[in-house]
Design a protein around this ligand. Structure first.
Ligand code: ZN
Length: 342
């Protein structure tokens, strides 16, 4: 079966130290994106070997202090990461991969036999209190989604996981967070509720004029972890037309960790049965902690396809959940930007 497989969440490795205190990703593993034998779980040869056609590559910024210095450092880091992505593709895998800004770009890259890479952001923290930064990220880098938070509250919203401080800072979205969602809708940046608190997520569904999605989360009914979505949240996603991308993170798949490919497929089928196959997809969180028995790196992506085929889902259902649903959502966001321009 020919299926365009899209992994909606992979981190780019990053090391944050140089003599000047500036990010120095170049010095480490920029070139290994082109290697089959590399430490990182996602490289272009690994994607080719596993039949992975496309991936969202995340510029991730850890949550730090909510002050000017913290915000500016995060903003610089996010920009440097997105630029490094461009450099990485141009210098090391230009014939085999392509940075993509639209669903159409993704399809064309796949048809040309290239791995399609979509730049995205993990954590809204680098925006500080400036919603206009969304437009810059979209125009300059082609960023197509952003998680509102990471672990820890930021100025936009409350997070599902709080390492220190109060359980809530805003009771969900802040006024700024709502404004940022408006900007995201205008600029074709999908609202990603992975890492967001339950209230944040439910309010985002109501606020966003484009369906929201969870780029890397699992099902709470099967594994009670705060990063997972409960049945009420799944039902809200369905109403919004959104999507949950089940992720290969052991502790989200099975209580106590150790989740396997079988558990992963179980989470996919649970969502499909509850809210429909058009609302579920796949993600690995490779190089951000993801990787499970049976799907340890991108070269094993065909194991996942095989496991899905063995469930009895038909070809069109498998195409939808492996990538079609994600492309549909990107297109929805693109339609909205066109509306906003007219
Ligand atoms: Zn994450």
């Amino acid at each position: 079966m020919s299926v365009l497989m899209i992994d909606s969440h992979i981190d780019i490795p990053w090391e944050e130290k140089t003599e000047e205190g500036l990010p120095c990703w170049q010095k480490r593993d920029q070139a290994d994106i082109a290697l089959r034998e590399a430490e990182r779980r996602f490289t272009i040869p690994k994607a080719e070997a596993g039949g992975l056609g496309a991936a969202c590559l995340a510029a991730y910024t850890p949550q730090a202090a909510l002050d000017d210095a913290g915000h500016e450092a995060a903003w610089r880091r996010a920009g440097a990461m997105l630029e490094a992505m461009e450099e990485m593709v141009a210098l090391h895998v230009s014939g085999r991969a392509a940075l993509c800004r639209t669903a159409r770009d993704v399809r064309q890259a796949a048809e040309a036999g290239k791995v399609a890479l979509v730049p995205v952001m993990e954590n809204g923290y680098p925006l500080a209190d400036d919603p206009a930064r969304i437009g810059h990220l979209a125009r300059r880098y082609g960023v197509r989604y952003m998680t509102l938070t990471h672990n820890g509250h930021n100025l936009l919203a409350d997070s599902a996981v709080v390492r220190q401080g109060p359980e809530e800072a805003h009771g969900g979205l802040s006024a700024l967070g709502r404004e940022v969602i408006g900007e995201m809708n205008r600029h074709g940046v999908l609202v990603d509720v992975s890492h967001a608190s339950r209230k944040t997520m439910m309010q985002a569904v109501e606020t966003s004029t484009v369906p929201v999605f969870a780029s890397h989360s699992c099902v709470r009914a099967l594994c009670d972890h705060p990063r997972n979505l409960d049945d009420g949240q799944l039902d809200a996603l369905k109403v919004s037309g959104g999507l949950i991308q089940i992720t290969a993170m052991g502790p989200f798949l099975r209580r106590g960790g150790g989740g396997t490919l079988k558990d992963f497929v179980g989470h996919v089928l649970y969502v499909a049965r509850r809210i429909g196959i058009e609302h579920v997809g796949i993600s690995s969180d490779f190089d951000g902690g993801g990787g499970i028995e049976g799907w340890q790196d991108a070269s094993e992506t065909h194991h996942l396809l095989k496991a899905l085929e063995q469930t009895g889902l038909d070809a069109s259902e498998i195409r939808a959940l492996c990538g079609g649903n994600m492309l549909r959502l990107l297109e929805k966001a693109e339609e909205k930007t066109l509306e906003c321009q007219t």
